[in-house]
Design a binder for this molecule. Structure first.
Ligand SMILES: [Zn+2]
Length: 258
């Protein structure tokens, strides 16, 4: 089976504090790879139906955008398999586990996607991270890598950007496009400072939530009442547009081709 795997820029989006403005990050391009084994056995983790349902929406909003579309539909993970994630704690601040746990719980509740923690790893983040690493992770897509890192390792975290997040999409020869792996890279020195401020833990959780929403496929919106506001936010939780967008991502079909 011929697979087309995107290579190139894997990380999407960035997050800036409310007081600071800046341009958004760029986009990725397709780069087909053919003829070599660059993907796991398809559909290994896939169930017959979605593993969860999004929390009921109390307010519909059109204030959301998706990072990628395919034939008019948003690109998403399959909701019928868990999203595995691992954490690199090399530079983790105190209490980092609780911050990630809280963010993962919240986005899982909001979106219906099930996240499974596969442990701590020494894999370092990289913009060109491979989505299939059989030597490290076996016959499966590489789990989402959440890294506590710094701008020296990830230059995209330079300046006021406190986190970046996004996923790699893969196109199957049938035409189906889906996310299969992703990354969240957190600027540990900056988040340590945030945590020390009043209410800082909630702010840090909001940063992780924002980046995880990029991983699931949400882009930035020009609406300060959403957590995906393009210029950063003082919000601590998703707004109605964010939640509507997450619920739409959860409507993606099950797929056994990836
Ligand atoms: Zn962002």
């Amino acid at each position: 089976m011929v697979m087309f795997v995107s290579i190139g820029v894997f990380l999407y989006g960035d997050f800036r504090p409310l007081s600071l403005l800046g341009l958004d990050s760029g986009s990725s391009d397709w780069a087909p790879m053919m003829g070599q084994r660059n993907s796991p056995t398809p559909g290994l983790d896939e169930g017959p139906e979605p593993l969860g349902v999004p929390a009921p929406l109390t307010e519909l909003s059109s204030s959301y955008v998706f990072l990628h579309y395919n034939e008019g539909m948003p690109v998403s993970y399959s909701p019928c398999r868990p999203i595995h994630y691992v954490v690199n704690t090399d530079e983790a601040p105190p209490g980092s586990d609780a911050l990630i746990d809280a963010a993962v719980r919240r986005i899982s509740e909001a979106s219906g996607f099930r996240f499974v923690f596969n442990g701590q790893v020494d894999e370092r983040p990289a913009m060109d991270r491979a989505s299939f690493q059989p030597n490290r992770y076996g016959n499966t897509w590489a789990p989402v890598l959440i890294s506590w890192t710094d701008p020296e390792t990830i230059p995209e975290l330079s300046g006021d950007t406190v986190g970046i997040g996004g996923s790699t999409r893969v196109k199957h020869s049938s035409g189906h496009v889906g996310y299969v792996s992703g990354q969240v890279s957190l600027d540990s020195p900056q988040i340590r400072k945030i945590i020390r401020t009043p209410g800082g833990s909630a702010r840090a959780i909001a940063v992780i939530l924002h980046e995880l929403a990029h991983v699931l496929g949400l882009g930035h919106v020009p609406d300060p009442s959403q957590l995906m506001f393009e210029h950063g936010t003082t919000l601590r939780d998703f707004g109605p547009g964010d939640l509507t967008g997450l619920a739409r991502l959860a409507e993606a079909p099950c797929t056994r081709v990836l």
